[in-house]
Ligand binder design. Structure first.
Ligand code: ATP
Length: 237
């Protein structure tokens, strides 16, 4: 984190895939720690592409990105994993490992980070309990419902206590009740200090988190009365 408290700053960022037109253009904004952001926009507006920039799965075609005080464009590739570990990701399609139990899926980030087996069990059980899955610890993803898989994916994304959680359409596969519960989980996490960024085209979701801030993408550009999301973005009405 930098002195002025930002965690991410985009300066005039653009993204094109291959030689096609830009799918994201002129993005200038700052994300501040501990806030809850929604990223909205019609299908194809560029939400997933922007999230991929945020969790460092994609480099922009132009512009500057500063993350946790580091220039994310010019830093040595070897530092990428260190930066990525500070970001938890909930993918639209979960990306759970089907032959591993819920426990082992959630334990994965800790094992990758080199935690000892003796130290894993407690935190993994606690977090599965927190997402309401203490009775499904041994279950493999194909035997879980969509909402249960989603909660395993959330538990895996937050087990290593990331500074920022990024979630792509996390309620796309669940009923309204479960959507409400998942939002409560994200809010609880946010109250513990995690910056949350949720991409969704479901405008009802925005009302479920009154303190949230909105980033609205329109054909690859941030549409806000000021022309871009800035310092900080306005609150939901
Ligand atoms: N890997 C890729 N190669 C080429 N074009 C891509 C790629 N990924 C996305 N696009 C294009 O970029 C644009 C933005 O796509 P993106 O998936 O970011 O939008 P989105 O807002 O997340 O859409 P949805 O809500 O439907 O998931 C679309 O025109 C899409 O076709």
């Amino acid at each position: 984190m930098t002195a002025d408290g930002e965690i991410i700053h985009f300066d005039n960022v653009g993204l094109r895939y291959g030689t096609d037109r830009e799918v994201l253009s002129d993005l200038t904004f700052t994300l501040f720690p501990g806030r809850f952001y929604f990223l909205t926009g019609a299908s194809g507006a560029g939400k997933t592409s922007l999230l991929r920039l945020l969790y460092l799965a994609q480099r922009p075609s132009r512009g500057a990105i500063r993350m946790f005080g580091t220039d994310a464009i010019t830093m040595p590739r070897g530092r990428l994993p260190q930066l990525r570990r500070r970001i938890g990701v909930v993918f639209q399609d979960f990306r759970l490992i089907p032959h591993l139990s819920a426990f082992d899926n959630v334990a994965l980030p800790l094992r990758v980070a080199g935690h000892r087996e003796d130290d894993l069990a407690g935190p993994v059980r606690d977090i599965l309990d927190w997402v309401g899955l203490s009775d499904r610890i041994g279950a493999r993803p194909p035997t879980l419902s969509g909402g249960e898989q989603q909660r395993v994916a959330i538990a895996r994304a937050v087990i290593a206590r990331p500074a920022m959680l990024v979630a792509d359409e996390p309620t796309g596969n669940v009923d309204p009740d479960m959507a409400q519960k998942l939002m409560r989980l994200f809010e609880m996490l946010n109250r513990q200090g995690t910056t949350v960024v949720v991409a969704t085209h479901d405008l009802d979701l925005l009302r479920k988190v009154p303190e949230s801030l909105i980033m609205r993408l329109d054909r690859g550009r941030l549409s806000d009365p000021t022309g871009a999301l800035r310092y900080p973005p306005r609150k939901v009405q």
